[in-house]
Design a binder for this molecule. Structure first.
Ligand SMILES: O=C1O[C@H](COP(=O)(O)O)[C@@H](O)[C@H](O)[C@H]1O
Length: 237
C-alpha cells in the first residue's frame, strides 16, 4: 500500500494574496509560540519568490524581540553582495515591527562554507528547535533549500536519518558555494510551507510529487514524500 502523501496546496489568483495569506498564517504560528513558550524561531528561504511575503510579515503585530530568524540556506557571500540571502532578509523582513527580531545568519565570514561549517552548525544548534515555521522555496530545477541536483553533499543532505544539521553544497547550477540546513533539520519544525509561483513550478511540483520521469530525481521530492511534517504549498500564478 502506498503511504498517503502529506501535502496540501493553497492556490491564489494573484501573488499579493498569496503573500498576505502566508504572512498571516506564519504570524499566527509565531504568536502561538510566543504565548506557549515565550519565544519563536523561524527559518526562511532566499531567492526572489519570498519578497512580497517578507514585506507583509515585517508588519505583523507580534513580540518580535523574542523571535529568532534564520535561513534555510545561504550563498557563501557576505551580506554586502546582492546574491546574499541574509541581505534580502535584512532589507525586506527585518524591517518595521520585525526590526526587533534577532537574526542568526549562516554565513560566518570564513573563506569557504566548509571552513565556516562548525560555526554555522553551532549557531543552529543554539536555537531552541523545533522551528515554529520553516519557509521553503523552489528553483526551476527542482532544488529546494540548497539541495541542488548534482550537489556534492546532496545524498548526505537528503538522508532522513543523517545527523548533520548543516552542510556545505557545491553544484553546477548553484552559482557560488552554498551552506544549507539538512533535510532532517528542515523537518524539525512545527509547520512547513513551500512558497512557489508560476505554472512551470506548479507542474514541476506535481511531477515531482508523483515521481514522473526526470522529476523523480528532483530534490524537492524528498520534502514532498516525507511523512514527518505536513507540507503546505502556497502557490500563485
Ligand atoms: O538559490 C536559491 O533559490 C531558491 C529558489 O529561489 P527563487 O528565486 O526561484 O524563488 C531559494 O528557495 C533558495 O533559498 C535560494 O538560496
Amino acid at each position: 500500500m502506498t503511504a498517503q502523501l502529506n501535502v496540501t496546496t493553497h492556490s491564489f489568483t494573484d501573488c499579493q494574496a498569496q503573500a498576505v495569506a502566508l504572512a498571516e498564517r506564519v504570524a499566527v504560528r509565531l504568536r502561538a509560540a510566543l504565548i506557549e513558550r515565550g519565544r519563536a524561531v523561524l527559518a526562511v528561504s532566499g531567492g526572489s519568490t519570498p519578497k512580497e511575503f517578507f514585506a507583509r510579515l515585517s508588519h505583523a503585530a507580534l513580540d518580535w524581540a523574542n523571535v529568532q530568524v534564520t535561513l534555510v540556506d545561504e550563498r557563501w557571500v557576505p551580506d554586502s553582495d546582492e546574491r546574499s540571502n541574509a541581505r534580502l532578509v535584512k532589507s525586506l523582513l527585518l524591517q518595521h515591527a520585525a526590526s526587533a527580531a534577532q537574526f542568526v545568519p549562516l554565513y560566518t565570514g570564513a573563506p569557504t562554507p566548509e571552513q565556516g561549517l562548525a560555526e554555522a552548525d553551532a549557531r543552529i544548534d543554539a536555537l531552541p528547535l523545533p522551528f515554529d515555521a520553516v519557509i521553503l522555496g523552489m528553483g526551476d530545477d527542482g532544488h529546494t533549500a540548497s539541495f541542488f541536483p548534482g550537489g556534492d553533499h546532496l545524498a548526505e543532505a537528503l538522508d532522513p536519518d543523517g545527523r548533520a544539521r548543516v552542510l556545505p553544497m557545491r553544484a553546477p547550477a548553484a552559482g557560488e558555494p552554498r551552506i544549507t540546513l539538512s533535510l532532517p533539520t528542515v523537518l524539525e519544525t512545527r509547520a512547513l510551507y513551500l512558497l512557489v509561483s508560476g505554472e512551470k513550478k506548479r507542474d514541476l511540483l506535481a511531477d515531482a510529487r508523483l515521481g514522473l520521469d526526470t522529476a523523480r530525481n528532483y530534490p524537492v521530492r524528498a520534502v514532498l514524500t516525507q511523512q514527518r511534517v505536513p507540507v503546505a504549498v502556497y502557490w500563485c500564478p
